[in-house]
Write a protein that binds this ligand. Structure first.
Ligand code: SIN
Length: 294
């Protein structure tokens, strides 16, 4: 099959807006930006408002040298709104909403948490809008995270394809990912509790094309890990369409990539991008913590 390599001429829209309290520098043509000039542990309302705007615009925003504690991470995240439930863990001691994402140096596995293209927990009836991930320890190389812009991907489809997709609903479920992970790791994927696991396996059908509540942008809502079918279609009908859309969204030109440093805070908008973590740092420890917003 011929691969798709589209140059989105005229469709890139990742330039920085002028801000008063923060500096913003895009890191790729498609999406993603670095914000600087702020201390997230002590942030004015003005600076927070600009961070929120910049996050919606660039879809992924990172800030270096923050070194937040769990409490500071939780306090910063809470400014965005209510926390989302987490299906996978009960959080760290004393901080229910701070989820550990840790891979030990001696843990060798062909798959790790986040190592397939996905949007966070789309099997939930109300999936998380925003994820905030902070790095404590990072490998000297490897372990990068890559994001792909689902709104740019939507704009780059033909009007005929866009119209065909708009009324569709995609079924998101954790079932097949959990079985794959279990086969690779030789042990069941951990869930917070049985109830969370059952609900994640049953999954939810969501609109395949979403309209972002703050920007009004249309974006494709589909991924490689959880999208398991399309409402009203047979497996034979839906599979080629799901595969095509994931290949289309994740093509190089629609992505940005982050080389982690310890002490970073990275946030992304699950309504308008996918992400994947590279599982390429065997022998090194990677310690991250994440919060998700409803
Ligand atoms: C995630 O998928 O939420 C984690 C991504 C990462 O570890 O880089």
């Amino acid at each position: 099959m011929r691969e798709i390599r589209l140059s989105p001429s005229g469709a890139f829209d990742n330039s920085a807006r002028h801000h008063r309290f923060i500096d913003v520098r895009p890191i790729a043509a498609a999406m993603g930006a670095e914000a600087s000039g702020v201390n997230l542990a002590d942030l004015s309302d003005g600076a927070f408002g600009e961070i929120r705007q910049a996050l919606c615009r660039h879809k992924m925003l990172f800030i270096r040298s923050q070194h937040l504690t769990h409490a500071e991470h939780e306090r910063f995240a809470a400014r965005f709104g209510d926390f989302a439930p987490d299906a996978y863990t009960q959080g760290v001691a004393g901080h229910r909403n701070v989820q550990p994402v840790i891979k030990e140096a001696d843990h060798r596995s062909k798959a790790m948490f986040g190592s397939g293209w996905h949007t966070d927990s789309p099997f939930l009836p109300s999936p998380p809008s925003i994820t905030i991930l902070r790095s404590v320890e990072v490998p000297p190389y490897g372990g990068d995270t890559v994001w792909a812009d689902c709104a740019l991907a939507m704009r780059m489809l033909s009007p005929a394809m866009q119209n065909m997709l708009r009324p569709l609903k995609v079924l998101m479920s954790a079932r097949s990912n959990a079985f794959t992970q279990e086969k690779i790791a030789g042990k069941p994927l951990a869930f917070a509790d049985t109830e969370s696991r059952d609900a994640a396996f049953t999954g939810t059908a969501h609109p395949l094309v979403r309209v972002h509540p703050e920007t009004g942008e249309e974006a494709l809502y589909i991924d490689e890990v959880y999208a398991s079918g399309i409402d009203g279609m047979t497996e034979a009908e839906s599979r080629p369409l799901l595969d095509f859309l994931v290949r289309h969204i994740t093509q190089h030109g629609f992505t940005c990539r982050l080389r982690w440093e310890a002490g970073m805070v990275v946030m992304w908008d699950n309504r308008s991008c996918l992400h994947i973590a590279a599982n390429d740092f065997d022998g090194f420890r990677r310690e991250m913590y994440r919060t998700t917003l409803a």
